[in-house]
Ligand binder design. Structure first.
Ligand code: PHE
Ligand code: ZN
Length: 885
């Protein structure tokens, strides 16, 4: 917490460290009312920084210094300088040893950064700058050290003592305490340090690596969760195998551990050999976790495991390079999930998410490039841009180089930089060197923020039999970047004839046609490509698989979109055509609503979805995806000025019209799928996910009819389901329905059954927080008083406050501004408890420029109120001040 304005850190100011830490020996004495940390640092002058002995400036925050020694000399207060962020002292030789002892208070650490208690266990979170809250250190990722860690604690309360690497020795003391020593043979930055102590149980398994080494796998949880680990364990083994096969990467320690904790700011953390997980990202079984939760667990387990190479063996030089590990690792986990499930469905989900949320970030006041060039608080830069857009950038490199070239590049990257702390430039350089290409212009994706628009025009010359596609790219200004240079935009495309067949593609000047689909690298502000031997006016299928994170516009008619929905051989673009058709239809309804005209749904949308529903040959997951109308958040994102009320009304109107017109085929699909669910036990496989997702979206449409037989079906599904996917979907349709009695009964039954399972109660909170019926704010306020709610647990905050502010547009944007005031109050409260969570919950208010003037004023007033509310954390200060700038 600070009163003065936080300092901005710039990438251009980067300097290598003056000193290095070769060895780090830590001893933790854990007690109920304090923890003592002794650190021995074996240090030397960094030869790369020349000779001379500058002062040594160690990072340290919220530490009570008990003693400090330089070599064997105890230092007195006049031997060092101490302020609230640093300890500075003067070494007298190029090699030396620092011994320090500090006292810290994990038992009252509510920020969940550094060493803290989650329930009855001790755990750590050090990324990005948490280690400095544990001991005085050079807390920066380019200082890599070999760690040994001894943990001592009460044996009864904390029978399990863990840290990174391999267990070396352990023993008992006669005062009821015991200790264990761990040694990590790999040099690592402090942000990958971890420690856990608690009464934990574990599920154990084994993995044989490609070079036949045996690795022990352990997932540690509190005893009541032992039956929820199998899915994560299976996912881990699949991820380990996949990384060997897809990237040639093998695991390197004798043991790999995962620990589940309930209080965690993020999804999970890749600490070397000891991943610490938010329990929501590891625990899953049919009765308590939805299909979506199962898939999230699989993806996050894989993501953290993949970091062992992309993040740990090769790490970041500084935090501006965060996307080096995060963008690449998201790209890797997406490849894994695609291979484990349906690649097209995975791509659709990722693109819908990116376009809704990352594009909004890219257009807002916190917009930054994939490699930012300045920050006040690095915790604010664990963003959709660094993660998801960063993954898109890596994906574009793969699209440009081809799968084989990309693999050569990643092999070279890992080989060249193993054991180093490097930059995004080093990553791209490895890709260039392995392929003999120049990616200089491509690298603008790392340095320029904002989402480029790509406008495409086509001109067919019937006489010459040529088609000319003209591309114009334009990237709107973003904070600090008024003008942008052209990007390299890989456009994967095909040209379809009247029957929907792909035409052979030959560009003017080429000797022969090569294939029927290809990638054009658009790299100028305006650029044309002419295809020859085109016998008839074709319909282009553009940006297949969403080959670049841009806003594409091509003047498709609704009939052409319907044609693409049926005929495009690219599954992603079939879905995309349906989405664009729905966007056009919904925007028309929004306009009608705004003008006070009666809304009239274009029946072509009905016809298109009818044929999708009646097509038995389509993957059911695709049918479900195609039935899902673009979300309100996406419709807001693509609006110039978002009229939330009209958007909500138009979308609800379309849903009702569709439900009525398609009742029969929806009912058939629903009943067939529900029947199949009844007849088979739950399995977490793509085929079953697909069946249940279609069943549940069908139910949500059917319920809009308010027919008694549908209500009965929903109640049957609710009562009889053997899994959370069906049960929660049924509860959600009841909650969103006008059937007050059924709703109250469903909610009460659910809460009674699952009151002791916090992760399930999170879902119960979310379903209610998201309900668009009037009175949402009042419901959320009441739920905050529920015994299962606590503002100290980030999952609870996200499930209730976050779901309300991010998903319940109708209620969050009520026109009296009361919901804005509510959110600001929560942010002010959270600022004092957990600054990272406070800053994240702020995001919806930062988007104030998107709305009408009256809402703008109300939202801005709340941001201003937060700004003057007292001592702001650097996290909240940065977001609020940039939003108001
Ligand atoms: N590095 C983690 C991941 O993406 C995320 C994380 C960041 C967790 C900061 C905690 C704190 O895998
Ligand atoms: Zn990550």
């Amino acid at each position: 917490m600070r009163t003065e304005q936080p300092r901005t850190i710039y990438l251009k100011d980067y300097q290598a460290p003056d000193y290095l830490i070769d060895e780090t020996h830590l001893t933790f004495e854990l007690h109920e009312d304090r923890t003592l940390v002794h650190a021995q640092l074996v240090m030397r002058r960094n030869p790369a920084r020349g000779s001379g002995l500058p002062p040594l400036v160690l990072d340290g925050q919220q530490l009570e210094l008990l003693s400090i020694r330089l070599n064997d000399r105890e230092l007195g207060a006049h031997d060092y300088l101490l302020d609230d962020r640093h300890l500075t002292l003067q070494p007298d030789s190029a090699e030396f040893v620092i011994d320090s002892s500090v006292c810290i208070h994990p038992e009252s650490n509510t920020a969940l950064e550094g060493l803290y208690k989650s329930g009855k266990m001790f755990c750590t979170q050090c990324e990005a700058e948490g280690f400095r809250k544990i001991t005085y250190y050079l807390d920066r990722p380019d200082v890599m050290s070999k760690f040994t860690t001894t943990v001592s604690a009460d044996r009864q309360r904390y029978p399990v003592l863990l840290s990174n690497g391999n267990p070396i020795t352990s023993g008992s003391e006669d005062n009821g305490r015991h200790w264990a020593t761990w040694e990590d043979p790999f040099r690592k930055p402090a942000y990958l340090f971890a420690l856990v102590a608690g009464d934990l149980w574990c599920v154990e398994d084994q993995f044989t690596t490609m070079s036949q080494r045996e690795v022990a796998l352990r997932i540690y949880v509190e005893p009541e969760n032992l039956d929820k680990c199998q899915h994560a364990m299976d996912s881990l083994k699949r991820a380990m195998r996949w990384d060997e096969e897809a990237y040639g990467r093998e695991y390197d320690l004798d043991i790999f551990m995962i620990v589940a904790v309930n209080d965690f700011n993020m999804g999970a953390m890749e600490n070397k050999g000891l991943n610490i997980f938010n329990s929501s990202a590891v625990l899953a079984k049919a009765e308590t976790a939805t299909d979506a939760a199962h898939q999230r667990v699989e993806a996050i387990v894989a993501h953290e495991y993949f970091h062992n190479w992309s993040g740990n063996r090769v790490t970041c030089r500084d935090w501006f390079q965060l996307s080096l590990k995060e963008g690449f690792t998201v790209f890797r986990d997406a490849g894994f999930s695609a291979d484990m499930n349906s690649p097209t469905v995975k791509r659709i989900e990722d693109v819908a998410y990116l376009r809704t949320h990352q594009f909004a970030e890219d257009a807002g006041p916190m917009a930054h490039s994939v490699r930012p060039d300045a920050y006040m608080e690095i915790s604010n830069f664990y963003t959709l841009t660094v993660y998801e857009k960063g993954a898109e950038v890596v994906r574009m490199i793969q699209t440009l180089l081809g799968a084989e070239g990309f693999r050569k590049g990643s092999d070279l990257y890992f080989q060249r930089h193993d054991g180093q702390a490097v930059t995004c430039d080093d990553f791209v350089k490895a890709m260039e060197d392995a392929n003999g290409v120049d990616l200089a212009q491509f690298k603008r994706w790392y340095s320029q923020a904002g989402t480029p628009r790509l406008e495409v025009g086509s001109a067919y010359d019937a006489e010459a039999k040529t088609l000319t596609l003209t591309f114009r790219q334009l990237c709107p200004p973003s904070p600090g970047q008024a003008h942008k240079e052209p990007f390299v935009i890989p456009v994967d495309l095909a040209l379809l004839d009247g029957q929907g067949r792909e035409l052979p593609l030959r560009l003017a000047g080429e000797a022969a046609a090569s294939g029927t689909s290809r990638v054009l690298a658009v790299n100028e502000a305006e650029q044309s490509f002419t295809f020859v031997d085109i016998p008839e006016q074709p319909l282009p299928s553009l940006l297949r698989g969403f080959s670049a994170p841009v806003k594409l516009s091509f003047p498709y008619s609704r009939d052409q979109l319907m044609f693409l929905m049926q005929h495009d051989s690219d599954g992603f673009n079939r879905w995309e055509a349906g989405q664009q058709l729905a966007v056009q239809v919904l925007q028309e309804l929004i306009g009608q609503r705004q003008r006070g005209e009666p809304m009239v749904l274009d029946r072509r949308l009905v016809a298109a979805l009818k044929s999708v529903l009646e097509n038995d040959g389509l993957d059911q997951a695709m049918v479900a995806e195609m039935l899902s109308l673009p979300g309100e958040a996406y419709l807001i994102e693509i609006s110039e000025v978002a009229d939330v009320d009209a958007i909500h009304a138009a979308r609800e109107f379309a849903r009702r019209e569709l439900a009525e017109a398609l009742f029969e085929p929806l009912w058939q699909r629903y009943q067939a799928n529900r029947q199949a669910s009844r007849q088979s036990a739950y399995v977490a496989t793509a085929e079953h996910f697909a069946r249940r997702s279609l069943q549940n979206i069908a139910l949500s449409y059917l319920m809009l009819s308010e027919k008694p037989e549908v209500l009965e079906a929903a109640q049957e599904q609710y009562r009889e389901a053997d899994n959370m996917t069906e049960r929660l979907a049924a509860l959600a349709v009841l909650v969103n329905s006008p059937f007050e009695e059924a709703k109250a009964e469903g909610l009460a039954l659910f809460a009674d059954r699952f009151k002791d399972d916090p992760l399930v109660m999170d879902q119960w909170f979310s379903v209610q927080a998201g309900c668009p019926l009037p009175g949402g704010l009042e419901r959320v306020r009441a739920l905050m008083q529920h015994p299962a709610f606590t503002i100290k647990n980030p999952n609870k905050v996200r499930a209730l406050i976050g779901a309300f502010a991010n998903q319940n547009h109708a209620n969050f944007h009520r026109d009296d501004g009361e919901s804005y005031r509510f959110l600001a109050d929560q942010v002010i409260m959270l600022n004092a408890l957990n600054p990272q969570i406070a800053a994240r919950q702020l995001a919806p208010l930062t988007r104030w420029r998107k709305y009408d003037l009256s809402r703008q004023a109300l939202m801005k007033a709340e941001l201003e109120r937060i700004l003057v509310s007292g001592s702001l954390s650097s996290d909240v200060y940065e977001v609020v001040s940039k939003s108001l700038a």
